[in-house]
Design a protein around this ligand. Structure first.
Ligand SMILES: *[C@@H]1O[C@H](CO)[C@@H](O)[C@H](O)[C@H]1NC(C)=O
Ligand SMILES: *[C@@H]1O[C@H](CO)[C@@H](O)[C@H](O)[C@H]1NC(C)=O
Ligand SMILES: *[C@@H]1O[C@H](CO)[C@@H](O)[C@H](O)[C@H]1NC(C)=O
Ligand SMILES: *[C@@H]1O[C@H](CO)[C@@H](O)[C@H](O)[C@H]1NC(C)=O
Ligand SMILES: *[C@@H]1O[C@H](CO)[C@@H](O)[C@H](O)[C@H]1NC(C)=O
Length: 377
């Protein structure tokens, strides 16, 4: 045989093995679903009939397209999700639309909290339809009166909370293979701490913390609450400029609530500044050790300030805050990809948020920073 032919045959065999293993895996998933189904036929026929049914269902499942309807707009924008093919979701497939004529064929509906109008809700709901509440903000920026009227409507939520079915936060995944070095690492920086901020008075009282921290360590405040400008606003150029000059960046959240962590943290993880965090997330659960410095683990702002000065003087210690890049990488999967994947699971556990304001507000345990102790908001 010629080598070309051998490679071709090998390729066909490998392809066959991959397809077969995929089908067997799905078959196995489905078989546990259909085990309870009673089919009144001759036992021998029933056995084989079941296998055929499982196989056809599996193939149907692999090919089926689920419809996701964007019921509300997103701050007025009706087509707020890019076309499905541009989201970079892996298999399986979904069709995303804002055309309400597809209501009865929709497997899931997305409602953006800020755009919900109670006078404009669907009048018909099919039994298997999943209703999803989308909300990016913290409890401090959530309309309480509206939420109180939404009990018993939603099956899933898409928020930053770790107990939401759909997560809006990127995740730090372990790399399959450890890198041996870190590229393009900027060090030998001259300046200490940068803080880019536009909201000067916040429920977390981060501004009070910074006022204290400034007494120990120099902080350059950019944006409308400070004296420095970083232009164009929020651009990559702006972050690049900060990146070249500063050792640390204050990723301080505007609210201290359970799991509340935003782009302020994730974006800085992709720069060469060390994020100093202040927020309600358990950062040790979402980020690798030594990838950030947590202000709330220090007794006072002064203790944190002293620690930052010490790290800045010690090149080896400073560099250790970037070692995580050898083992982890930042991965963000669009929430529509997650919804699509979940809709294709053969077993969808039924669930409903019966007391959604209690879940959202009470379970969030929000508080604010103060000199003496944590105050409750
Ligand atoms: C919405 O879908 C219906 C049925 O598929 C179609 O007739 C209609 O033209 C669509 N409307 C828009 C605005 O695309
Ligand atoms: C959905 O089905 C219900 C009940 O059959 C029907 O009343 C309603 O008009 C349908 N809605 C759409 C948008 O097709
Ligand atoms: C954060 O999570 C870790 C691991 O799950 C746990 O051991 C630790 O007590 C948590 N910290 C706080 C402040 O809840
Ligand atoms: C979604 O919630 C509704 C309303 O409580 C409920 O009837 C339905 O069974 C739930 N569906 C799923 C898939 O959880
Ligand atoms: C929701 O839970 C809170 C706290 O447990 C309770 O006070 C409230 O009455 C509940 N609301 C409803 C509609 O059950």
């Amino acid at each position: 045989m010629r080598p070309g032919k051998k490679i071709l045959i090998l390729g066909v065999i490998i392809g066959f093995i991959i397809c077969a293993s995929r089908i067997i895996f799905l078959w196995w998933e489905f078989s546990s679903v259909y085990q309870q189904e009673v089919v009144t036929l001759d036992p021998w026929v029933r056995k084989h009939w079941n296998h055929v049914k499982i196989l056809t269902d599996t193939l149907n499942y692999m090919q089926s397209t689920k419809t996701i309807l964007l019921w509300t707009t997103f701050f007025g924008d009706p087509n707020f999700v890019p076309s499905y093919s541009k989201l970079g979701c892996l298999f399986p497939k979904c069709f995303v639309t804002s055309n309400r004529s597809h209501l009865n064929q929709s497997d899931a509906l997305i409602f953006h909290l800020r755009d919900i109008n109670l006078k404009d809700m669907p009048t018909y709901r099919t039994p298997h339809q999943v209703w999803i509440l989308l909300h990016h903000e913290s409890p401090h920026h959530t309309p309480l009166d509206l939420l109180k009227q939404l009990d018993g409507l939603f099956n899933w939520t898409a928020t930053y909370r770790s107990d939401s079915e759909i997560s809006l936060s990127p995740t730090l995944k372990k790399k399959d293979k450890e890198d041996t070095h870190i590229d393009n690492f900027v060090h030998n920086k001259k300046k200490m701490v940068a803080w880019l901020v536009s909201n000067c008075k916040t429920p977390s009282n981060r501004e009070g913390y910074v006022l204290e921290l400034k007494k120990t360590v120099p902080i350059d405040i950019y944006g409308s609450c400070g004296t420095y400008n970083c232009l164009p606003k929020m651009s990559d150029e702006c972050y690049d400029t900060l990146n070249k000059a500063y050792r640390f960046y204050l990723s301080f959240e505007n609210s201290i609530c359970k799991d509340y962590v935003t782009e302020k943290f994730f974006r800085i993880l992709s720069t060469d500044m060390v994020p100093v965090v202040l927020g309600g997330a358990n950062y040790s659960n979402i980020a690798p050790p030594n990838s950030y410095i947590d202000a709330l683990t220090f007794k006072t702002p002064r203790d944190l300030g002293r620690f930052l000065l010490q790290v800045a003087k010690d090149e080896k210690k400073y560099k250790s805050y970037f070692a995580w890049r050898k083992t982890h990488r930042l991965v963000s999967e669009h929430y529509v990809c997650q919804i699509c994947k979940k809709l294709h699971q053969p077993k969808i556990k039924h669930s409903t948020y019966l007391n959604i304001s209690n879940w959202w507000f009470h379970d969030a345990n929000c508080y604010f920073w103060s000199h003496n102790s944590k105050g409750h908001a």
